[in-house]
Design a protein around this ligand. Sequence first.
Ligand code: SF4
Length: 314
Amino acid sequence: MLLCAPRGFCAGVDRAVQIVELALERYGAPVYVRHEIVHNKFVVEGLRTKGAVFIEELTEIPEADVERPVVFSAHGVPKSVPAAAQARNMFYLDATCPLVSKVHKEAEIHHRRGREIILIGHAGHPEVIGTMGQLPEGAVRLVETVADARAYEPTGDRPLAWITQTTLSVDDTKEIVDTLTERFPDIVAPHKDDICYATTNRQEAVKAVAPKVDAMVVVGAPNSSNSQRLREVAERAGCPTAILVQRAADIPWDALPALSRLGITAGASAPEVLVEEIIGAFADRYRVTVETVRTADETVAFNLPRVLREPVVS
Ligand code: SF4
């Protein structure tokens, strides 16, 4: 069994989960969380049992609980969300990953400089909704595919700029960017890639392992963009069978080919305990030896919001 490294939790997910846990410790239950804090059922259920209440919109918080803390998820939120929280005098903690906030700031700068902004991403993903919601409607236009990039018609004669969702396929995005750059040579690019270090590193590790294994198991949720991309990257890198599973109970044993070598990785929102559970399930059926294939070392860590770092005064 070849275990991809890096895999699993990234610094943004780690920070977001810690924010909810610390808020529960400090302020007691309930702590409201807008949207799944990260796209993983196991993580969400764990926090729910500790007293987190997951909602999709702030309007679901009853007036009697308006003073309870509310946490915004790692994916980021449109500007209208903190504005609505302020209007109701809510105490909110923003768990938006700092690398998503960086993209929000880029969008604002482009807008201030009069540029038309193209966001490369997946329609309906909460991060895309959050990034588009940093600016007035129509200021950011979505491009999802190379075909969209080929068909893109600027709305006027303003200069163009592109930004991206943080969890895309590095290779697909390059094709879209190449198409845009070929059509609009003056288009402004980000100074540093918007696809984050964690997404890039996990895809690189999968590319190193995928050609050597009969199947690749990606531990992650179906609504996790970076996990879905890992499954696609494994297939494109030559792995005949790549499957996405949330827990050991989901492994489709009958759909697996004859295995002499298996690869395992995990999306950025999947905790290591689930990887261990899945290794255990294979160990129950096969004779397993585990070798780690590491393609990068990660040392990124993000600060918690100031209010959670300050000592508690009693
Ligand atoms: Fe942040 Fe990247 Fe993790 Fe998303 S995947 S939370 S952008 S570090």
